[in-house]
Design a binder for this molecule. Structure first.
Ligand SMILES: [Zn+2]
Length: 140
């Protein structure tokens, strides 16, 4: 673990969120999928965002999507100095191909290269002994 990583916030793993983080540690994207209406839900919650069913099961999802929106942070975000070496940070809302939307950081991309509608792929970074985090990269 690098010193910079120590200054980044880590997710709180709960019974509701643990499958997402531990799958990311293994290099997989899993999302809750509704058994009743087949909607993928993100972020994890006890009921389906579309129909309210509590019949949700963790399911592998496609690690690809499209940039819905983005912002570029050119200063240290939220007072966490661990981000400083990564500036500027490109934070995006990504519409996954499985019709869920999630926040993510696009890396290996200059700030002026990002735009709405671009295709992105996902890879995973280990952030603790039991959690990983999805990161995105442009599909060129
Ligand atoms: Zn549903």
């Amino acid at each position: 673990m690098t010193k910079a990583r120590l200054h980044k916030p880590l997710p709180e793993l709960t019974d509701q969120t643990r499958p997402f983080w531990t799958a990311a540690k293994e290099g997989r994207l899993v999302l809750q999928k509704c058994e009743r209406c087949s909607t993928f839900n993100f972020f994890p919650k006890p009921w389906c965002i579309e129909c309210g069913s509590r019949e949700l099961h963790w399911t592998d999802a496609q690690p690809t999507g499209t940039v819905y929106s983005y912002t570029v942070s050119r200063s240290v975000a939220m007072n966490y100095p661990g981000w400083k070496d990564e500036l500027p940070i490109i934070l995006c809302l990504i519409d996954l191909d499985d019709n869920a939307r999630l926040y993510g950081q696009v890396i290996d991309c200059a700030a002026d290269e990002i735009s709405i509608g671009q295709r992105v792929g996902m890879h995973f970074e280990s952030i603790s002994d039991e959690a990983g985090v999805p990161k995105f990269h442009l599909v060129r």
